[in-house]
Ligand binder design. Structure first.
Ligand code: SF4
Length: 375
């Protein structure tokens, strides 16, 4: 197996993506879950979550890992639909499995739509998530009513002292709004950090939503370049626009070098105990690739399963893409999970944006370059 020591679960840094329930009452056009999954009441019991964490801790012990970082990223579905009682007892169970006295650092981050989320959750975000909440923001792709509701929720979260960051799937409605306008809008709403993902094709949105809402990657790269140019302009005038995660990632990775974008740090845990990650077939159609089941296997067996070894090999070899083979940006582009690029378009690594940022490098303020080394 390839050496994964410096950028992987095997080195002790685990982004433990929690999807113990896939339940969500919304119907977003980009969602990778079927309606049946979103309405399902299936949930991984706290007891079984504890068993899963115990097996991860056994692996850390067996390997004698010095670095012991567990980043619990509560995803879904809508994590708050699991209920506060479940969330609190899950956090306690995770803390018991990874205690600070054994050298563990555990962090919890919740990604929520913030739609129909009771404000009583705010106290839990303060207590367990360091006062932060990450919320999805898709502008009018989910309808005008969604935007009004989201604005109210963000205002409420900020009034309760939470630091709000957004994660957006770049869609045609956002493009029409405009990168400058959307950044001004998020600045006005006091958002601290933003992340901008390409709109992916999956089995659920194949029936029309993908054609309707997904921009080309060329349009994505242009959007990101204009967004960043406007960010720099706002910063120069003394304003405080939210951070752009992708800019920070590219700059930080260029400074560090190496392979960061091979998904070696994370696994998604599903309600039935399966560990999975997004993979692609038919070129770039997304599905969930299973590696094993933590309720019936040891964590070491899941990590070294033939399916995960093949998956990591595919990441390191950049999916065998001819266009990626000779590309100098392989270690710092925005390709998150490797797949085929589309003919006649910019690649999924957003080469257009990466090269724009590289060309602008000399004009970036020193603090941006220096801070990015910390990302
Ligand atoms: S920038 Fe594009 S072409 Fe280059 S390695 Fe990344 S995905 Fe491949």
């Amino acid at each position: 197996m390839m050496n994964l020591e410096s950028f992987s679960i095997e080195s002790g840094y685990f982004v433990f993506t929690m999807m113990p329930s896939l339940r969500c009452s919304l119907n977003c056009p980009h969602c990778y879950l079927s309606k049946e999954q979103r309405r399902s009441k299936d949930i991984l019991s706290v007891e079984n979550l504890g068993r899963a964490c115990g097996k991860v801790a056994d692996y850390y012990r067996m390997r004698g890992l010095k670095q012991k970082t567990i980043v619990c990223y509560w995803y879904g579905g809508e994590p708050t639909e699991m209920g506060q009682e479940y969330f609190e007892s899950a956090v306690v169970t995770i803390g018991d499995a990874f205690p600070a006295r054994d050298g563990y650092t555990v962090k919890h981050t919740v990604l929520s739509s913030l739609i129909n989320v009771d404000p009583s959750w705010h106290a839990l975000f303060h207590k367990h998530c360091g006062g932060e909440i990450q919320t999805s923001f898709d502008w009018t792709m989910r309808g005008a009513g969604y935007v009004r509701h989201w604005e109210r929720s963000v205002r409420g979260a900020r009034l309760d002292g939470l630091r709000v960051s957004t994660i957006s799937v770049v869609n045609r409605e956002i493009l029409e709004f405009g990168p400058e306008q959307v950044l001004d809008y998020l600045t006005d709403h006091g958002v601290a950090e933003t992340s901008w993902l390409p709109f992916m094709w999956n089995e659920q949105n194949d029936s029309g939503a993908y054609t309707r809402f997904a921009p080309t990657m060329r349009a994505y790269s242009e959007f990101m370049s204009r967004l960043t140019r406007h960010w720099l302009k706002l910063r120069a005038t003394g304003a405080n626009p939210p951070e752009i995660g992708q800019m920070r990632f590219i700059l930080a990775q260029q400074a560090k070098g190496g392979l960061a974008n091979i998904a070696g740090q994370t696994l998604f845990l599903l309600p039935n105990g399966d560990f999975v990650l997004p993979d692609y077939r038919n070129g770039c159609q997304e599905f969930m690739q299973p590696f094993g089941n933590i309720l019936s296997q040891d964590f070491a067996d899941v990590l070294s399963s033939p399916a995960r070894r093949a998956y990591l090999r595919k990441q390191v070899l950049r999916n065998g893409n001819a266009d990626c083979g000779g590309c100098e940006h392989g270690g710092h582009c925005l390709m998150e999970f490797w797949k085929e690029n589309r003919n006649g378009d910019d690649c999924f690594g957003a080469k257009g944006y990466v090269e724009w940022l590289q060309a602008e490098r000399d004009r970036l303020p020193g603090d941006v370059l220096n801070q990015s080394r910390l990302y």
